[in-house]
Design a binder for this molecule. Structure first.
Ligand code: NAI
Length: 246
C-alpha cells in the first residue's frame, strides 16, 4: 500500500496518466495530477480520485520547460514535505514520414517526451537522495523497442527514455531509489483514437493476445512498480503490450 506517500504523475488529465493517478490513489497515495493544457481535465481526475475515497490535487506545469519543472518541484516539496513517487507519463505524437517531418515536429516530441523526463528527474533527484528512497517510473513505448514507420521522432524519444532510465537507475540505486520504465503496446486512449482503422487492424495482428490494452492494465503495473513489492526491481523496462514486442 502507498499510505503517506506523495506521487506526482505528469500529464494525468486523461488517458493512461489519469488511470495511473487513480491506481496510485486507490493504493493510498496522495496524487499530484500534473497537466499542461487543460486544468479542467486535471481537476476531473482529482474529482474521480476523491469520489473513490482517495486524495489528490491538480498542478499545472509544462514538463518540456526545464525552469518551470524546477519551480514545480520546489513548490511541491515546500507544500507536501516530500515526493516519493514520480511517474513521467506526459507524451505527445507528431507523426510523419522522415522525408516530410519538420525539424519543429522532431524537436517538440523529443522536448516533451524525453527532455520532460530529464527535467523532472533532475529537479527531484536531490530531494530523493536526501530521502534515501523513491520510485521513478518512466513511460516509454513498444515503439521505442521496435521502431515504427512514420514515428521517427516519437520512437527516438521513447528509446531515449530507456537509456535515460537505465543510466539514472545506475546513478541512484545505491541510495535506495528505483528507476524503471514501462513500455505499453497498443492502448485505447485519445492518443490512439486518431490511428486509421486499417492500420489499427494491422497492429492488432502483431499482438499475441489478439487485442488492444486498456489504460488500467498499464496503470496497474505502474502502481506495482511504485509499491514496496517492487523494491528489488530497478533499471528494467517492463512491457505491457500483450506480447507485441516478443
Ligand atoms: P494522451 O494524449 O491521452 O495523454 C497524454 C497526456 O500528456 C495529456 O493529458 C497531455 O495533456 C499531457 N501532456 C502533453 N504534453 C505535456 C506537457 N508538455 N506537459 C505536461 N503534460 C503534457 O496519451 P496516452 O495514450 O494516455 O499516453 C500516455 C503516455 O503513454 C504517453 O507518454 C504515451 O507516449 C505513452 N504511450 C501510449 C500508448 C498508447 O497506445 N496509448 C502506447 C505506448 C506509450
Amino acid at each position: 500500500m502507498l499510505e503517506n506517500k506523495v506521487a506526482l504523475v505528469t500529464g494525468a488529465g486523461r488517458g493512461i496518466g489519469r488511470a495511473i493517478a487513480q491506481a496510485l490513489a486507490a493504493k493510498g497515495a496522495f496524487v499530484i495530477v500534473n497537466y499542461n493544457g487543460s486544468k479542467e481535465k486535471a481537476e476531473e481526475t482529482v474529482k474521480l480520485i476523491e469520489e473513490a475515497g482517495g486524495c489528490g490535487a491538480a498542478y499545472g506545469c509544462n514538463v518540456a520547460d526545464f525552469t518551470a519543472c524546477g519551480e514545480m518541484m520546489k513548490e511541491l516539496i515546500a507544500r507536501y514535505g516530500h515526493i516519493d513517487i514520480l511517474v513521467n507519463n506526459a507524451g505527445i505524437t507528431r507523426d510523419n514520414l522522415l522525408m516530410k517531418m519538420s525539424e519543429e515536429d522532431f524537436d517538440r516530441v523529443v522536448d516533451v517526451n524525453l527532455k520532460g523526463c530529464f527535467n523532472t528527474m533532475k529537479h527531484l533527484s536531490r530531494q530523493l537522495l536526501k530521502q534515501k528512497s523513491g520510485k521513478i517510473i518512466n513511460i516509454s513505448s513498444v515503439t521505442g523497442i521496435m521502431g515504427n514507420a512514420g514515428q521517427a521522432n516519437y520512437c527516438a524519444s521513447k528509446a531515449g527514455i530507456i537509456g535515460l532510465t537505465k543510466s539514472v537507475a545506475r546513478e541512484l540505486g545505491s541510495r535506495g531509489i528505483n528507476v524503471n520504465a514501462v513500455a505499453p503496446g497498443f492502448i485505447e486512449t485519445e492518443m490512439t483514437e486518431v490511428i486509421p482503422e486499417n492500420l489499427k487492424e494491422a497492429m492488432k495482428k502483431q499482438i499475441l493476445l489478439g487485442r488492444t490494452g486498456s489504460a488500467k492494465e498499464v496503470a496497474d503495473v505502474v502502481a506495482f512498480l511504485a509499491s514496496e513489492e517492487a523494491d528489488y526491481i530497478t533499471g528494467q523496462v517492463i512491457s505491457v503490450d500483450g506480447g507485441m514486442a516478443v
